[in-house]
Design a protein around this ligand. Sequence first.
Ligand code: SF4
Length: 433
Amino acid sequence: MAKACVSIVKVTDVYKSLQESLRLSDGLGGLNTNDRILIKPNIVSWDFDLPFPPYGVVTTSAVIGALVRILAEHGFRDLTIGEGSLPKLKPQGEVVYEALGYKKLQERYGVKLVDFNQGEFVPTDYGDGFVLDIAKQALEADKIINVPVLKTHNQAKVSLGIKNLKGCLSKKSKQFCHGVGDGELSLSFPRIIEKLPVALTIIDGLYTLEKGPGPTGKAFRKDLLIASRDSFACDVVGAAILGYPAKEVDHLTNYAKDHGYSLEIEDYEVKGESIADHQKYVEHDFEWSADNTGPAGFEKRGITGLAIRKYDSSLCTGCSVQFNPLLILLSSAFKGESFPNVEVVSGKQQVASTGFDNSILFGKCACHSNKNNANIKKSIPLWGCPPDLKKLTEVLAEEGIDCDYNEYLRFRNYLFDRYKGKTGFNLADWSVE
Ligand code: SF4
């Protein structure tokens, strides 16, 4: 049997490098010019209120623009770009597309722009009682071109092509994929692809991200494009470049088992650059104290009286995005005095333990699952799905935990400013010429 082929191209000029990447991988070989083609970027989140560094977080418009141009030059006419970002973006889908320059692609090439969150989702039965609500526009496409980012993920280790398809799900199904038992992350989301006509994956590696998937991670310029008509092969190579053998990534292992794939890199044909020349380990997770009482940084600062349990895979992206800000806020409340014996639990399965005077329940799931928890002396529920940062600051203040919201604002500015003037970091990569 022929090995699935994956191309790795060092980016010099995005348009020319993408052409080369598609040539080496025969990327357009599975497409017909009259196909309805859906291009699926990764726009996990965006922010118009506070500074947002998209490096390694959001698919570059440079790659999307080059792809649309190449497709148009090859005679493809029915092109759509679709994404279902975090629900917070719901009313802003159009504005995000405008900010990313996609409106120019609409004017120039007639590309349709769809925000899955504003469209219909179709309950899709996978045959064994496993049902996911998938965006109708994704199901109705003849072919999907998946354009994820080359980044790590603090829960899934890597977030590449298969993971990017989670953006085709309704909010409810996204939350289901961060479930427990059969709904556990590494078992659930790899199945999405089974019902989607993904014909080509192009991993945008202009930048890569450690401790992703959001902007709290740290980005590096990488200048790579990884492409394949085989989604799994593309992810195996992408993971290898990030320093993760496929057999160490649970969702890839599960997918391989269910679909008869090899986890050995030698079983895939790599064209172009070699993996070895670009392989560099990128950290995926935040360091936590050995006794699970908080991030390593809290221990170093001497914060006491506070036990923040490490997030698990049942914490959905919505709460994950707010979790780091929660840490910043809690850290800002430390003025040298011990916290009043507080534990923080989150997600769908963490149970507040005995021995604490106060139990902070972060997010509606933790609030519900700990409702009748006899271990709790005093509960401090932070409702919301996910909780709103300003509101939670108010709730904590009522309990004598005085967080400084300005500290969070400073943190956001810090995240953005750390790339300013840095060679290779160019916000123009999120615009279309
Ligand atoms: S509260 Fe958080 S963990 Fe629960 S469903 Fe909402 S986002 Fe997910």
